[in-house]
Design a protein around this ligand. Structure first.
Ligand SMILES: Cc1cc2nc3c(=O)[nH]c(=O)nc-3n(C[C@H](O)[C@H](O)[C@H](O)COP(=O)(O)O)c2cc1C
Length: 182
């Protein structure tokens, strides 16, 4: 992903993330920003990503980054999102040899809280069954479960009311907080 004005590229972000990954105790929470990682999937509600990010940035003390699926990219313009955006290509471009960092692990270390908004039916199904075939689902699969992980489902009523949805939502390991639905 190319850096753009107002949105640091991966190289700009890495020095910020690495010390926390190697020495978590070195940065007590009170002395640094609280890190919120927003996950966005291919629901039409992803139109609201720029609004969501700008509202989060209004909260003092928050630092925000976004992980997007490829389908979600259809619904917003990257230039409208004033924080670093990560997608699948970044994960694979970053890792060339054994000494290189693994982006989904760095992101889950960096984040104090993850908010998946919107969570579409497809990614819900994948997460509920443990599938991790893109950057977003790898972060979720590798999540440190001592930290909050919030999901905000967004799908049409028929999909939402299908019995499979309830099974997936109330699955054994999801910590569920439906903050934002269509
Ligand atoms: C215009 C449009 C709007 C969509 N809105 C939703 C939605 O609100 N909720 C949903 O679950 N799927 C929605 N979909 C379907 C998802 O985009 C599709 O399942 C996609 O494969 C999801 O990929 P992802 O989970 O990797 O982002 C929509 C598709 C289109 C074309």
């Amino acid at each position: 992903m190319e850096p753009s004005p107002g949105r640091p590229g991966l190289e700009a972000t890495r020095p910020h993330m690495e010390p926390r990954a190697s020495c978590p105790a070195a940065a007590p929470l009170l002395e640094r920003q609280f890190h919120v990682l927003v996950g966005v999937t291919g629901s039409v509600a992803a139109l609201k990503l720029p609004l969501l990010v700008s509202r989060l940035l209004d909260i003092p003390g928050l630092e925000v980054a976004v992980v997007t699926t490829e389908r979600a990219k259809h619904f917003y313009s990257p230039q409208d999102v004033p924080v670093t955006l990560y997608s699948d290509a970044d994960e694979w471009e970053m890792w060339k040899r054994r000494s290189d960092p693994v982006l989904h692990i760095d992101l889950r270390r960096w984040a104090d809280l993850m908010l998946v908004a919107p969570l579409d039916a497809n990614t819900l199904g994948k997460v509920a069954s443990g599938i991790c075939d893109n950057l977003l689902t790898c972060v979720i699969r590798a999540w440190d479960r001592s930290k909050p992980l919030l999901f905000c489902p967004a799908m049409n009523t028929t999909m939402w009311e299908h019995p499979i949805t309830a099974q997936q939502v109330w699955g054994p390991w999801l910590r569920w907080a439906p903050l934002w639905t269509k």
